[in-house]
Design a binder for this molecule. Structure first.
Ligand SMILES: NC(=O)c1ccc[n+]([C@@H]2O[C@H](COP(=O)([O-])OP(=O)(O)OC[C@H]3O[C@@H](n4cnc5c(N)ncnc54)[C@H](OP(=O)(O)O)[C@@H]3O)[C@@H](O)[C@H]2O)c1
Length: 259
């Protein structure tokens, strides 16, 4: 029976590159996102180039019950899922009090609720099977909550905390749970305002393919968390040796629009 790895957010950016690199290693894939045209074209490219099984499922992961519905669809088709990469996510930039509540809620739904649901449902099956790999895409903001990215940073702190604790529970089950923590990556994730912040000029965005390479290695070795790149590792560890007041000033400056 064919085994599949699900990649959420495979239509663009890091997810798109992860799909290419896992396909090159002959992993059969189930691609998930909302953009049918992009998933269709990725599906035919990967099938042709690598001769693997590639399916796609259209889901808006901000919708209530999205994780359960996706799981039910996969089970109804009897696809055997032994890999899951929770990569879909988005961020918003701006003053917390001015952001529409609906956007905050959608971000929490995609970045947290769907990720937790998919990890639980597919994770439980993998534990029964005695094997499987799950990787969640967090961020360096998991360690460095930034002003003007308040909800986004908080969702990514959640992802890291959740991944570390459940990963400890899964030890010895044959199922690995890891967290990939990129810094800024060159993808359509960034809005025009995000691109104008000091952080974007201070820390050059990494190519998505490079981040995906680190991600594939982490996913396959199944060990712990990985901060991508030395500068991002340094920044993530800065709060350990910097007083809170100074750290928040630094972060506020980095998150501000360049004058
Ligand atoms: N870029 C960065 O600087 C950076 C840094 C650290 C962490 N990350 C994280 O990396 C992950 C991938 O981001 P990226 O940079 O590759 O961004 P991206 O190019 O914008 O890709 C985001 C992916 O998520 C999918 N997605 C977004 N909302 C969705 C929804 N409601 N339902 C289903 N799918 C949805 C998008 O697909 P559709 O639009 O087709 O639905 C797309 O495939 C995210 O979790 C992000 O937080 C990014």
């Amino acid at each position: 029976m064919n085994e599949y790895t699900i990649i959420t957010g495979a239509s663009s950016g890091i997810g798109y590159e992860l799909a290419h690199q896992l396909a090159a290693k002959k992993h059969n894939l189930i691609l998930v996102a909302r953009s049918q045209d992009k998933l269709e074209s990725l599906q035919s490219k990967l099938k042709q180039k690598f001769g693997i099984e590639v399916l796609y499922l259209l889901y808006d992961l901000s919708e209530p019950n999205a994780a359960q519905d996706l799981y039910n669809e996969v089970k109804a088709h009897k696809y055997l899922v032994t890999g899951l990469i929770n990569n879909a996510g988005f961020g918003e930039y701006g003053d917390f009090v001015e952001m529409p509540l609906k956007k905050d809620e959608e971000m929490i739904a995609v970045n947290i609720t769907a990720l937790v649901g998919l990890t639980k449902l597919f994770g439980a099956d993998m534990v029964k099977l005695g094997k499987g790999r799950i990787m969640n895409v967090a961020s360096i903001l998991s360690f460095l909550p930034f002003p003007y990215y308040s909800i986004y940073s908080a969702t990514k702190s959640f992802v890291l905390a959740f991944t570390e604790t459940v990963s400890a529970e899964l030890q010895g089950s044959g199922v690995s749970l890891t967290a990939l923590c990129p810094g800024t990556v060159e993808t359509p994730f960034h809005t025009d305002s995000m691109r104008k912040t000091n952080a974007m000029s201070a820390n050059k965005p990494m190519p998505a393919a490079v981040v995906a390479e680190v991600g594939v290695e982490l996913f396959l070795n199944g060990k712990g968390k990985k901060i991508v790149g030395f500068m991002n590792w340094f920044l993530s560890n800065l709060p350990r040796v910097t007083p809170d007041i100074l750290m928040m000033k630094i972060k506020k400056n980095l998150a501000s629009i360049k004058k």
